[in-house]
Design a protein around this ligand. Structure first.
Ligand code: GSH
Length: 254
């Protein structure tokens, strides 16, 4: 995990009130009623209060759910980003806020490290190798944008998936990176891997869980965990699919 990149900053509370918020019950292991509640700024539909597609936000939501921390969500329509979000994070989500502490913290790397320090139980520290999946997201983006004849992009993508599949299949490992429980590696990697499964099937006709059995088991196991389904886009895989199709068509790079 990287060192914190950004200091905690404050922003206008009047501006914050314009965004609809919705409460989330993370799990049965609730924080005490007196504890200040986190508000997570997410991509989504502020009118319908629907969570959209962002693997970095999902990482933070999974972390909160897994630690049994109650939170609200503030939905931001990316076509109409509020000024306060531009000031706090340059327009990116996730951001976590806690009005009582004047906390406005962007960047999932920083946020999950902060949550682990503030809420050490249950620990989500991972014993999986730091390098496992470290290049997965850029490799996937390169692959999903590449023409079918780009064999290099294909073999790099397959190597990433094979390494993940091999690690999960090793005796004593799996079904999740954290074994039976979600750990920090799962919270970080699973949303990216899920985006890759959906986008690769829709755009490249490449069915990842079909080819890599431990990855299939991985998602079957995640589905039974609190904090997985509730942190995926409310309108389902079509949202992820449409997002990646638009990114590929625009020549986007991360
Ligand atoms: N390094 C950041 C990346 C966050 C990020 O890129 N979020 C995307 C959404 S998934 C975003 O807000 N992009 C701004 C935009 O598309 O306008 C983190 O880990 O939180």
């Amino acid at each position: 995990m990287q060192a914190p990149k950004l200091a905690v900053s404050t922003c206008s509370r009047t501006a914050l009130s314009i965004s609809p918020r919705i409460a989330h019950r993370a799990s049965s292991n609730m924080a005490s009623a007196a504890a200040p509640k986190y508000d997570v700024v997410v991509k989504g539909d502020p009118e319908a209060k629907k969570l959209g597609d962002c693997p970095f936000t999902q990482r933070v939501l999974i972390t909160l759910a897994n630690k049994g921390i109650e939170y609200d969500q503030t939905y931001v329509d990316f076509a109409r980003k509020p000024d306060w979000l531009m000031q706090v994070s340059g327009g990116k989500v996730p951001v976590i806020r806690q009005s009582e502490k004047g906390l406005n913290m962007p960047d999932s790397d920083v946020i999950v490290e902060y949550l682990e320090k503030e809420h050490p139980n249950p620990s989500m520290k991972s014993s999986a190798p730091a390098e496992l999946g470290a290049s997965f997201f850029p490799t996937f983006i390169n692959f999903v944008k590449a023409p079918a004849e780009d064999k290099d992009a294909t073999s790099k993508m397959e190597a990433e998936l094979q390494a993940i599949n091999d690690y999960l299949s090793k005796e004593g490992n799996g079904p999740l990176m954290g074994g039976a429980n979600i750990d920090a590696k799962d919270a970080s990697l699973a949303p990216k891997l899920y985006h890759a499964c959906v986008a690769c099937k829709a755009i490249k006709g490449f069915d990842i869980p079909e080819k890599y059995k431990a990855i299939k088991t991985y998602f079957d196991t995640l589905s039974s965990k609190p904090g997985w389904k509730q942190t995926l886009p409310v309108d389902g895989d079509s949202v992820i699919e449409a997002g990646w199709k638009a990114k590929v068509a625009s020549g986007w790079s991360h």
